[in-house]
Every structure is written in C-alpha cells, then in structure tokens.
Write a new protein. Structure first.
Length: 202
C-alpha cells in the first residue's frame, strides 16, 4: 500500500516528539464535565505538552479552549491547547493518547447502563469511524481510552481501553462511596475519572 501524505505527517510527528524529549500530544473528544476535567488534569502532566480538544458543540469547545489556555498562562505552564474540528479531525493521529468522553451522561443511578449504551453507541461508533486509517496503524500504536458510560461495555464492543477500572479499585481500597452515590447527590462524577486519565499516561 502506498504511503500517503497523512502517513508521512504522522511519521514526522513521531520523530519530532522524540527530538522533543518524549513530550506528548494527547487528544480529548467530548468537552463536557468529564472531558474538560481530563483536560484540566492533563494540563499539569509533566509528559504532556499539547492537548487537542474536540466537541460537537463548537462554541463549548472554543470556550473551553480559552478557559484552559488562560489558566495555563496564569500558572506559567507551557502546554499548548488546540481545537480540532471536523475539518481537521485527522490531526488526532498526531496524538499518542486519545480519551473519548463524548455522549450522553448518566443522569442518575436509576438510569440503566443498557439504556445509556443504546443512547451512546452510535456516537462512539461515529467518532471511531471518522478516524483516519493511520490512527490504527500497529507500527505506531496509540492508546485509546473510553470514558463514556458504560465504559465497560464500550471497551468490549470497540476493543479499546476502559477508563474507570483504577478508580473502581481505589474506591474498594478506601471503602469509599460508589459512583452512583456521588451521581445522585452531585449530579455528575468527574474528578476521579480525570485523575485516572492522568495516571495512565506513561
């Protein structure tokens, strides 16, 4: 198969990252409460120097971009934030890690995971289908994590890594309240899953 311009662009990106001392680009799709919390955590990760963000709501994405880059400047962090649109979606292939947090949130603990799976399946499927073929090139493996609920079911259905097991483990270790308990009182959960995103980057 012929090497395309996109292939060469990614090869150059990999070489450039090595020259830069292994600094990483990470991507986040879905900039709701979970996605924006992941971005906020990763902004302080010592190995991350660029964060690519995307959301179906472009106004939300632009607003998060401004909020994040202003925060980084205030704290004198050199991380670069970049908005990815449908027209520039192929740029996600430059990322070593991709976190998918798009879709409908779980509203309360009474909402079944099967119902949430049915609501979010087409969204996750559409996102993965938009990825250029080079994104799944085994010679340049990327780590794709799913934070969208139900992450256990989506991880199996799409053969991608789940974001959530480490958080569940720490809840057991601490004998802490579970996610549904937090959800029913706070309306959403975000910080634990964002901390796990920080933790998985090597």
């Amino acid at each position: 198969m012929a090497v395309t311009l996109a292939d060469w662009n990614f090869i150059w990106c990999c070489i450039n990252n090595l020259w830069a001392g292994g600094r990483m680009k990470v991507g986040i799709i879905g900039m709701g409460r979970v996605g924006s919390s992941i971005a906020a955590y990763l902004m302080f990760h010592p190995k991350v120097n660029e964060i690519y963000i995307n959301d179906i709501n472009i106004d939300r994405c632009q607003a998060e971009y401004e909020d994040l880059r202003q925060s980084a400047a205030l704290l004198d962090y050199k991380v670069k934030i970049k908005v990815i649109t449908d027209e520039t979606f192929e740029e996600f292939q430059e990322c070593q890690y991709l976190f998918i947090a798009a879709g409908h949130p779980r509203l309360n603990s009474r909402e079944s995971m099967k119902h949430l799976y049915d609501k979010n399946y087409s969204i996750i499927n559409s996102i993965l289908n938009k990825m250029p073929h080079t994104f799944f090139n085994a010679e340049f493996p990327r780590k794709i994590y799913i934070a969208t609920n139900p992450w256990e079911m989506f991880s199996i259905a799409f053969k991608i890594r789940p974001l959530g097991p480490k958080l569940d483990d720490i809840r057991v270790k601490l004998k802490a309240r579970c996610g549904p308990w937090i959800l029913d009182r706070k309306g959403y959960t975000n910080w634990g899953i964002a901390a796990e995103a920080y933790k998985v980057i090597e």
